[in-house]
Design a protein. Structure first.
Length: 310
């Protein structure tokens, strides 16, 4: 494949041609897989690293400034995926592009994808997936706690199920994204904005003294909450009891990201502990909210791993 052909395919893909991206990826896949196998050996992990790289590249092809560098860009994404897999912490694909190849390297990666011209298209496509595939795809590609083990713990499923659902999510995305490229995508943006505001209101309810029944009106009174470690409680009040105790201990909670899909919302948050008790709470958490008939019926919480104590 000549350099001119690569440049033409990249530019066509950046203008929205999914066929051009598919051809570009197919022509580079053998080299990407070779990179992955050198680092991970044969087996499904190497293939997973390449498939995750495809989703990353597809959603961020518009940010590749030098089309002739597509091969090294794709290989860098795969290499970074493999290295983080070897460290037992899988990557957030929206933030693993190659050095000196992105438009804004000093920015937060999530902020970059929020500004990407393709973001509405990608979010809209994700909402078309089946519920199980959509949830694992959102957790895998757009959250911090995104290893197979962490996703399994958050979803309450075996690791093997997470792997199979991600495989299904990739298959569905390959079919869905070309179809929705020209659709109207404003609904996905509006829903994410609405859910972000809702999250901020709910999680600030305790320090602001807001009434639980008002700020959490969409939470079913008999909702099920799964805490880290598998403990289960029923109702909204136990969640706010924990928030109150943390707040009274000097802990503050900040929303850092919100994802919204069809029947599912994902929050990411950080905890700031008081100076006198720096290990009171873990660094952060991922919250998985599952809805039915407009109400949140189930929530699951996963804490970000604590750093080692000095």
């Amino acid at each position: 494949m000549s350099a001119d052909d690569t440049v033409q395919l990249v530019r066509s893909a950046q203008q929205g041609s999914t066929a051009s991206f598919a051809l570009l990826f197919d022509r580079h896949y053998a080299g990407m897989l070779a990179v992955a196998r050198r680092l991970l050996g044969g087996g499904p992990d190497a293939e997973d690293a390449c498939q995750d790289a495809a989703i990353t590249a597809f959603s961020r092809i518009g940010e590749l400034r030098d089309p002739s560098a597509a091969r090294s860009w794709l290989h860098t994404i795969v290499r970074n995926n493999c290295r983080t897999m070897l460290r037992d912490r899988l990557p957030v694909p929206v933030g693993v592009a190659g050095e000196n190849l992105l438009a804004s390297e000093l920015d937060d990666p999530v902020a970059r994808i929020e500004r990407s011209a393709m973001r509405d298209w990608v979010w809209h496509g994700l909402r078309q997936l089946s519920p199980a595939a959509q949830t694992v795809a959102l957790l895998r590609y757009f959250t911090e706690n995104n290893s197979y083990e962490q996703i399994a713990a958050l979803c309450g499923t075996p690791v093997g199920t997470v792997r199979s659902r991600l495989s299904e999510a990739r298959r569905q995305l390959a079919e869905v994204l070309p179809r929705v490229h020209d659709d109207r995508h404003g609904e996905a943006v509006a829903l994410r904005t609405e859910r972000r505001q809702e999250a901020a209101t709910i999680l600030s309810a305790v320090p602001n003294g807001a009434a639980l029944t008002k700020v959490a009106a969409r939470w079913a009174e008999d909702m099920t909450f799964w805490w880290p470690g598998g403990i289960q409680t029923i109702g909204r009040e136990p969640v706010f009891d924990v928030m109150r105790r943390d707040y009274q201990s000097g802990v503050s909670l900040t929303i850092t990201g919100v994802l919204a899909g069809s029947g599912v919302t994902i929050w990411e948050s950080t905890f700031t502990n008081p100076p006198e008790d720096p290990y009171h709470c873990p660094p952060g958490a991922t919250w998985l909210l599952r809805e039915k008939e407009g109400l949140v019926r189930e929530m699951r919480l996963l804490h970000t791993p604590r750093p080692a104590r000095p």
